[in-house]
Write a protein that binds this ligand. Structure first.
Ligand code: ADP
Ligand code: MG
Length: 349
């Protein structure tokens, strides 16, 4: 495009505007999986099934048994800035759902062939399908039988954005990213049953974890059998903060920081303040260059944490970061110290 010549200002076609927005949130198949699973969780699902073909480049299909989307809402589900999750700035500040930007489906459907089928009724013959067509992304709604809940099929990701498509890696690499996105979400909700299939092969089958035993089975299946043998269980609450989960013993550290999961109100985050507090707590017990493993859940009042920091929502900002940092550090420091003392006692007796 020649920019030297002056051209008049035009409002972008919706598809192009959505494709530009997609640049921020839809990097690869795993990002699509993350967004669609978040929607399924927000819909109150108890079962979520993920089907992947060719690493996700050919097909990503997510089925849930959640609330569904009514016929009249379907055209809006695929438009940008349309959400059922917040209505006001006040609601944004106390938002408890994983989504709220109303952008994911619009973005994804602008760079793929997306079909959304949903039913709010128990009648399995009820149900409607919507696709977005053309440059204006006009929604077309047709009847389609579907059990209560929603299915989203995303085919041929980036078929119309060659620059993005070029950055897709091998099927194996893309699937590894998809599996990691799935793992995070499956760790975030033990009360949901999960399935992940790749090219029709079942990779993970995780029933709802109703008791400790089932929770342990899920952890073993997602993180390896020896994870729990080398981890401490933790559950500490002060005021409105609660920290619970599992932290690896210093003897079980890894060369890479590849088994570190931290959830704030069920949302997986990568936060510098959190990372720093954990690093400090392990400082005296871990060799330089080694990384601890952990699966930790921080539950806080949603109004004291801002999740609207970045479009992918991987970052958060705490209103009182200092207090959160101190709470994390002291909780972990104490737990690790007690473990070490216990270990030494055991050796001396
Ligand atoms: P957001 O999640 O930020 O609201 P999305 O583009 O991801 O935006 O979804 C738009 C809307 O479509 C949601 O607000 C919700 O009402 C509806 N929706 C999307 N996926 C599902 C689902 N799996 N089950 C029920 N409703 C859904
Ligand atoms: Mg969403």
């Amino acid at each position: 495009v020649q920019v030297s010549q002056r051209r008049s200002i035009k409002i972008l076609d919706p598809r192009l505007a959505n494709q530009i927005a997609a640049g921020e949130v839809v990097e690869r198949p795993a990002s699509v999986v993350k967004e669609l699973i978040e929607n399924a969780i927000d819909a109150g699902s108890t079962r979520i099934e993920v089907d992947i073909e060719s690493g996700g480049a050919r097909l990503i299909r997510i089925r849930d048994d959640g609330s569904g989307i009514g016929e009249e809402d379907l055209p809006l589900a695929l438009s940008r800035h349309a959400t059922s999750k917040i209505l006001s700035l006040e609601e944004l500040e106390g938002v408890a759902s994983l989504g709220f930007r109303g952008e994911a489906l619009a973005s994804i459907s602008s760079v793929s062939r997306l079909e959304l089928t949903s039913n709010v009724e128990q009648d399995p013959q009820g149900g409607w399908r919507v696709v977005a067509e053309g440059r204006r992304m006009e929604p077309r709604v047709t009847p389609a039988p579907h059990p209560r809940g929603t299915s989203v099929a995303v085919r041929d990701l980036f078929f119309n954005t060659p620059a993005r498509r070029k950055f897709l890696r091998t099927e194996k690499t893309e699937f590894n990213h998809v599996e990691e996105a799935f793992r995070r979400q499956a760790l975030s909700r033990f009360d949901i049953g999960w399935t992940l299939r790749h090219n029709q092969k079942t990779i993970h089958q995780l029933p709802v974890a109703r008791d400790d035993h089932a929770v342990e089975r899920r952890l073993a299946s997602l993180l390896g059998k020896n994870f729990l043998d080398n981890a401490l269980t933790l559950d500490i609450a002060t005021g409105s903060l609660r920290l619970w989960g599992w932290v690896g013993l210093p003897t079980h550290s890894r060369a890479q920081a590849d088994q570190q999961y931290f959830f704030v109100n069920g949302r997986v985050v990568r936060d510098r303040l959190v990372a720093h507090a954990i690093r400090q707590a392990y400082r005296d017990v871990l060799f330089n260059g080694r990384h601890p493993v952990f699966v930790l859940y921080l539950d806080v009042d949603p109004t004291v944490v801002d999740v609207n920091v970045h479009p992918t929502k991987h970052e958060v900002r705490f209103r009182d970061g200092r207090m959160v940092h101190d709470f994390l550090f002291s909780s972990l420091h104490r737990a690790l110290g007690e473990a070490r003392a216990g270990h030494q006692d055991g050796q001396s007796s």
